[in-house]
Design a protein around this ligand. Sequence first.
Ligand SMILES: Cc1cc2nc3c(=O)[nH]c(=O)nc-3n(C[C@H](O)[C@H](O)[C@H](O)COP(=O)(O)OP(=O)(O)OC[C@H]3O[C@@H](n4cnc5c(N)ncnc54)[C@H](O)[C@@H]3O)c2cc1C
Ligand SMILES: Cc1ncc(C[n+]2csc(CCOP(=O)(O)OP(=O)(O)O)c2C)c(N)n1
Length: 583
Amino acid sequence: MTKAMTGAKMVVQALIDQGVEVVFGYPGGAVLPIYDEIFQQNSITHVLVRHEQGAVHAAEGYARSTGKPGVALVTSGPGATNAVTGLTDALLDSIPLIVLTGQVPTFMIGSDAFQEADTVGITRPCTKHNWLVKETDKLAATLHEAFHVATSGRPGPVLIDIPKDVQFATGTYTKAQQVETHYNPQVKGDLDAITELAKAMETAKRPVFYTGGGVINSGPAASQLLRELVAATNFPITSTLMGLGCYPASGDNWLGMLGMHGLYEANMAMHDCDLMINIGARFDDRITGRLDAFSPKSVKAHIDIDASSINKVIHVDIPILGDVAHVLEDLLNVWKARGRKTNAEGLSKWWDQINEWRAVECLNYKQEGKIIKPQYALQRLEELTKKHDRYICTEVGQHQMWAAQYLGFEDPNRWMTSGGLGTMGYGFPASIGVQMAHPDALVINVAGEASWLMNMQELGTAMQYRLPVKQFILNNERLGMVRQWQQLLHGERYSSSWSESLPDFVKLAEAFGAKGIQCHDPDTLDDAIMEMITYDGPVLFDCLVEKHENCFPMIPSGKAHNEMLMGDASTEGAISGAGEALV
Ligand SMILES: Cc1cc2nc3c(=O)[nH]c(=O)nc-3n(C[C@H](O)[C@H](O)[C@H](O)COP(=O)(O)OP(=O)(O)OC[C@H]3O[C@@H](n4cnc5c(N)ncnc54)[C@H](O)[C@@H]3O)c2cc1C
Ligand SMILES: Cc1ncc(C[n+]2csc(CCOP(=O)(O)OP(=O)(O)O)c2C)c(N)n1
C-alpha cells in the first residue's frame, strides 16, 4: 500500500519505520518543514544540541553504545559544513550514521543562494555514500536505502541532502519492504580459506589474536564467539583501541591494548608471533609502526568485511572476506571437526615468554607526594565505578591513552573514543548520545581540559535534557599529548602547547546550572569521585593532575614494536632482553 504525503512527513515516517527513537539536530530555514513534522508527532525524541558537530558526535555515541544507527538532522550551508568533522570521524571509525541535511530549493541550486553549499560535493569523501534527492517520490526509498547502506557491510556515515521544495511537495511514500537494494556485502567467509586458517592454528607455536573494531561492529554474537575461540584454543589475545571490550579485560588470555601506547607484552607478542590472526582490525599505522619491521616472522590471516581493507597496508597470507560473527562460527566448527588440535608444547613455551614480558609491568608508575598522577586518578575511577552499569567516552590526547590502559572493559559497546580521526571535542557530545540511549547508566567522559573546551557548549544540552553525564577532566593545563611529543621528539621546544587562560571549571559548571567539583589532593580523590558518581545531574570534575607526566609505553612514529619507550617505573632488567628496546 502506498500513501501520499509531503516530503517532510516522509522523513519522519521513514525514521519511525526504521525504528529510530532519537534524533540529534539543530534547525534552520532549509529544514523547517521537517522540524514542523517533528513537532507534530510523539514517536521520536529530538535532542537540540548547541552545535552541529555536537549533533553528529552525539549520534556516534548513541550508535556505538547501542549497535543501532545514529541519526542527525541539520540545516543547509553552515549546518552541513559544521557536520563535516563528525562525518569524517564516523567514516574512519566505521560508525553507522544517517545525517539529514536541508538544501536550498532545487530551482535555486547553483545560484549562490542564501546558505547554499555543495553538501554532497563537500561530504562525498567523508561519507560511505550520499544522495541529493530532487524528487519527493524518491525520498522515502532513498531514506530506507540509506539505513541499509549505513548498517550493512562495513558500517559508516551516509548523508541525504533534501532541498526545501522536495520537503514541501507531496509524493507517494514507499515502505522499506518495497525497496530493492543492490548493495549486499558478503558476510560468509570462504570455507577453504577458513580451513587453511584452522590448519595454521593447529601447528602454530606462537599464535596471537589481533582483534579490532570490526568485532564490535559485527555485534554481540561476534564477541561471544571470540571468547569461545580464545577459551578453546588458549591463544593470547590483544586488541586495538577500537576493539576494547570485545574480549574481557579480566580474561586470563588478555594481553591488553597493542600499538603506539599499547602494552609491552601485547606489542612484543605481535612482533615475535608466528601466526597473527587479525579479526576485524585494519593494520592502522598506530599498530604497525615501521612497516618493514612489522611482525617479521609471522604467517598472517585477516578476517574483514571490507575487501579494500585486506592487503591495503600489510600483505596477508590467509585473507578471509566476511563478517566476524559468521567467519568465527565457521572457524570454530571447522577447527572442532578437525579434532580441536593446538601445538600444546609450543603454546606452553609461548606463554612462558609472554609471562616474562608481563613481568616488566609496563604500566607501573609512582604516585608520590601531594600531586595527583593522571594514572592514579584513572585507577581510582576504575576501582570506584567498575561495578556500575558504566559507559566510558573519551576526548583525544594522553588522557585517552591512559583511559585505554587503566580502565578495564568487560563487554563490547561500553567504550566510545575517536580512534581514526582523533577528534578533540568528540567525547562530551558522544557522552550525551550514550546517556540518551542508556538513561539509567553511569556515563563518564574522560577528558583533557583542552579537548573538553572544544565542545563545552553542549553543557546546555546536558542540562536541558537532564542528562547526568560526568565529565572527568584530567587537567594538566597543557595540550599534553602535543607537549609529550615536543619533549621527546622536538628538543623540548614547547611551541603553543599550553592551555592558556583556562576557565574556572567549577564556576563554568555552575553558570550552566550543573555541578562543579575540583580536586587536587590524592587523599581526597576517592571522596570527590564518589560525590561525582552519586550526584543526580551533570558534573564537571576538574581533576588537577601532574602537568608533565608522559604516557608510556610509547612506540615513536616510524619505529618498530620492539623499540618501545618505557616509563621509569617499569622493571628495567626485563626490557633489556627486548634487544633494541629503549627505556
Ligand atoms: C592519540 C591517539 C593514539 C592512538 N594510539 C593507539 C594505540 O596505541 N593503539 C591502538 O590500537 N590504536 C591507537 N589509536 C587509534 C588508531 O588511530 C586507530 O583508530 C585504531 O588502531 C584502528 O582500530 P582497528 O584496526 O580496530 O580498526 P577500525 O577503525 O575499528 O576498523 C575496523 C575494521 O574492521 C572491519 N569491519 C567492520 N565491520 C566488520 C564486520 N562486521 N566483520 C568483519 N570486519 C569488519 C573494517 O572493514 C575495518 O577494516 C590512537 C588514536 C589516537 C587519537
Ligand atoms: C580537533 C583537533 N585538533 C588538534 C588535535 C591534535 N592534538 C592531539 S592531542 C592534543 C592535545 C590534547 O590536549 P588535552 O585535551 O588537554 O589532553 P591531554 O593530552 O593533555 O590529556 C592535540 C592538540 C586533535 N587531535 N584534534
